[in-house]
Ligand binder design. Structure first.
Ligand code: PGA
Length: 254
């Protein structure tokens, strides 16, 4: 049985002061939650202070990006050992905003996953098609190419420690959610790909989150799908009421 994982991607929102305020509220509502894995991913500048708040709770800490080298003359970048040193456990890799605005490719995603795994960070690896690709009937081809490129060269043991996130780009921040049927179809495709590439046992273990306008009202129908194991939440993770409600709506599922 795969444990549901709900991660809040705070993107470039919240000063460290605001982040502490939000995570204090989340600690009150979700701090003891053990049935669902709950993760918050604040901006780099708030990681240390957020960690101080959640260190005695069940809430996990994630970053939104890493660089693949461990150290060096790479102005503006942050490495995996720098993150683990302050207690970060997860890292989002290959989010569509990074692919779209910062030149992230499947090849750089691959290097970043390698760096994360080497330092025992759990990568949350994002894949997803843009609207034109969906409308052209290319969704599966796009997802397959992203999986092939991003996950090239990993062993089955390594893949077990990866969380995948299917995020149709057209559903991110737009209020348009994939229907449960549309989402399940792609999640099933991803799991079948894992079976083909590795084996059924591995495919059964890997958690695949859905992301794209997840909110309390659509949580149950999405995560109730057999191959959807959680959510990567953007906008609705910025308020404690909505994020807590999303997590609570998972309790009755699976
Ligand atoms: P959204 O963002 O929930 O605001 O659509 C999801 C994401 O980008 O991870």
């Amino acid at each position: 049985m795969r444990k549901i994982i709900i991660a809040g991607n705070w993107k470039m929102y919240k000063t460290s002061f605001e982040a502490v305020e939000l995570v204090n509220e989340l600690k009150r509502t979700l701090g003891d939650m053990s049935e669902v894995d709950v993760v918050v991913c604040p901006p780099f500048t708030a990681l240390v202070e957020v960690k101080d708040v959640i260190s005695e709770s069940n809430i996990g800490l994630g970053a939104q990006n890493i660089y693949w080298e461990e150290f060096g003359a790479f102005t503006g970048e942050v490495s995996a050992p720098m993150l683990t040193a302050i207690g970060v456990q997860y890292v989002i890799i290959g989010h569509s905003e990074r692919r779209q605005f910062f030149g992230e490719t499947d090849a750089t995603v691959n290097k970043k996953i390698k760096a994360a795994l080497k330092h025992a960070l759990i990568p949350i690896v994002c894949v997803g098609e843009v609207l034109a690709e969906r409308e052209a009937g290319k969704t599966f081809a796009v997802i397959e190419k992203q999986l092939e490129g991003s996950l090239a060269g990993f062993t089955a043991e390594e893949i077990e420690n990866v969380v995948l996130a299917y995020e149709p780009v057209w559903a991110i921040g737009t209020g348009k959610t994939a229907t449960p049927v549309q989402a399940q179809e792609v999640h099933k495709f991803i799991r079948d790909w894992l079976t083909k590439k590795f084996d059924a046992a591995i495919a059964n273990k890997v958690r695949i989150q859905y992301g794209g306008s997840v909110k309390p009202e659509n949580t149950a129908e999405l995560i109730g799908q057999p191959d959807i194991d959680g959510a990567l939440v953007g906008g609705a993770s910025l308020k404690s009421e909505t994020f807590s409600q999303i997590v609570k709506n998972c309790l009755a599922l699976k």
